[in-house]
Design a protein around this ligand. Structure first.
Ligand code: NDP
Length: 327
């Protein structure tokens, strides 16, 4: 028996609780893992609270991210004792997930834990940080250089936003952080933001073309914020869009695309191919300053993760949350 969060949905409603479950209840897979750390992403918040249709079968253990040790494997790439991490692939959505002391998954989904990171540190990056890296890689591949001007990061105090700031600063870019929590300005500057703007400046409907300001954008908010980011991106610039914390719509015109030649990159972490994941984790290991990661992280137990999920969705959690599944 081991501890796991379990999401259930039946006639009495949708609920998540801490339970002791049996190994026989683990899903199919060719690798079993002793999980040491997991984390809370926005999507985990939706799964735990039921505020979004993330969980597709019940009962199910939520949790899209884990770091741990292989305890059983019939997969050619993995053997007992290997340190691994997992992000996405539908785990915690349609395949029982990582907010548990044990998990069973497909070996094809696993990435080796980079030497630079402890299991806890890898989870203080998690899907949010790995997605931030994918966004930054898209801007870099577009050819945006630090000398091209300011990069806008929206949802700056969130997981994706905060890690995007650390990465971009390390790469020499000038980062402007957009946030609804101006009181966290000093923290955002300590991560590497050169300037802070109130997210209200971007969340009201704007003109089809605004004053050109950004050479590039990392957006985790969507909706009017993303539309305004498009209309104020400089000629030839690019936006990496990965999130919907402010809404899933996109009220934009074609003007920024056809008159300024801007590019909108869609970023998906869940089904990203293995090579891109390995590249992203290699870059994270090269670029991330561990002390900044730590100041951006809070720690909770498996049981506490249930209450913290609601706060995360309300935008009241700063940075990243790691979950000690053994506490
Ligand atoms: P967090 O909850 O950690 O951060 C979201 C941040 O967005 C908040 O901290 C807040 O920042 C801002 N925010 C919250 N509500 C609103 C609102 N109504 N309007 C404007 N801004 C708001 O989430 P994550 O960083 O983990 O994820 C961010 C988004 O990216 C989510 O939508 C998530 O689903 C998506 N995502 C997508 C992935 C992909 O593969 N495409 C992978 C990972 C995440 P502040 O207080 O600074 O304003």
């Amino acid at each position: 028996m081991f501890k796991a969060l379990v999401v259930e949905k039946d006639d009495s409603g949708y609920r998540t609780s801490l339970q002791f479950i049996d190994e026989a209840q683990l899903p199919e897979g060719d690798v079993a893992i002793q999980v040491s750390w997991s984390t809370l992403n926005y999507k985990d918040g939706l799964a735990i609270t039921g505020k979004g249709p993330v969980v597709r079968k019940f009962p199910l253990t939520p949790g899209i991210d884990m770091a741990g040790t292989v305890i059983e494997s019939s997969h050619s790439r993995w053997k007992e004792g290997d340190k691994v991490l997992l992000n996405g692939w539908g785990v915690g959505e349609s395949h029982s997930g990582c907010l548990a002391q044990k998990a069973r998954v497909k070996g094809d989904w696993l990435v080796p834990l980079p030497d630079k990171f402890s299991e806890r540190q890898a989870m203080s990056i998690g899907t949010a940080g790995y997605t931030a890296m994918l966004c930054v890689m898209a801007l870099e591949k577009h050819g945006i250089k630090p000398t091209d001007g300011e990069i806008l990061v929206t949802g700056a105090n969130g997981g994706v936003g905060s890690i995007a700031i650390i990465l971009l600063k390390k790469m020499g870019y000038t980062v402007i952080a957009s946030t609804g929590r101006l009181e966290e300005g000093a923290h955002l500057k300590s991560l590497g933001a050169a300037g802070i703007i109130d997210r209200k400046e971007l969340s009201e409907p704007g003109r089809p073309l605004g004053k050109e300001r950004w050479s590039g954008v990392v957006d985790s908010v969507g909706s009017t914020t993303l539309a305004n980011a498009c209309s104020t991106t400089k000629y030839g610039g690019a936006i990496a869009a990965c999130g919907l914390a402010g809404g899933a719509d996109l009220p934009v015109t074609v003007m920024p695309f056809i008159l300024r030649g801007i590019t909108l990159y869609g970023i998906d972490s869940v089904m990203a191919p293995l090579e891109r994941r390995i590249e992203a984790w290699k870059r994270l290991a090269e670029l991330l300053d561990i002390s900044k990661l730590e100041s951006n992280t809070t720690e909770v137990s498996l049981e506490e993760a249930i209450a913290v999920s609601a706060k995360l969705l309300e935008g009241k959690v700063r940075g990243r949350v790691v979950v000690d599944v053994n506490r």
